[in-house]
Design a protein around this ligand. Structure first.
Ligand code: ZN
Ligand code: ZN
Length: 161
């Protein structure tokens, strides 16, 4: 399902300029080179309401990207912790902007929800993944938690039928 942007052109332009400033700020803060490719890619992830997979990103880029370059840029961002890689299942990987740079309360390790109806991946920053009390001798590096189910929108649509 595509979401339609109903904002008037001026408001849209302002929002877009803010997004470009935000992502440029992130790149500078991370001390990596600011290139148009990187800004465009992060802009898309910043603008998205939910994590996107590689195909979603390709569709949103104004210039059709070369897949290898796109994949390399995504991996670069993951390595620099600028974006998160969410491995939903064997055939689906999504990416989202690491919003800890922009929103203080956004926890880095948080739960993700995968809707089996609309196949959307949704960030749940309000549900952070805790450090588990592991048995002696074990140390935690990271943990991924994906809850599979039906999202609120799909549940509402189901009730209407
Ligand atoms: Zn859904
Ligand atoms: Zn997330």
């Amino acid at each position: 399902m595509e979401t339609v942007d109903c904002l008037p052109p001026k408001a849209f332009r302002n929002r877009h300029r803010n997004s470009t400033e935000t992502v440029t700020h992130i790149l500078k803060k991370k001390g990596v080179r600011v290139t148009q490719n990187r800004v465009d890619l992060l802009d898309i992830l910043n603008d998205a309401q939910h994590p996107l997979n590689q195909k979603d990103i390709e569709e949103r880029l104004s210039v059709k990207p070369d897949r290898v370059t796109l994949y390399r840029n995504l991996r670069f961002f993951v390595d620099h912790k600028i974006i998160h890689k969410i491995e939903v299942n064997d055939s689906l990987t999504s990416y989202s902007l690491n919003r800890t740079f922009i929103e203080e309360e956004h926890s880095e390790e948080h739960l993700h929800f995968y809707c089996s109806v609309c196949h959307k991946v949704i960030c749940m920053p309000q549900l952070s993944i805790k450090e588990y009390d592991l048995p002696e001798g074990f140390s935690q590096q990271s943990s991924k938690l994906i809850v599979n189910g039906i999202c609120n929108i799909c549940n509402e649509e189901k009730q209407e039928i």
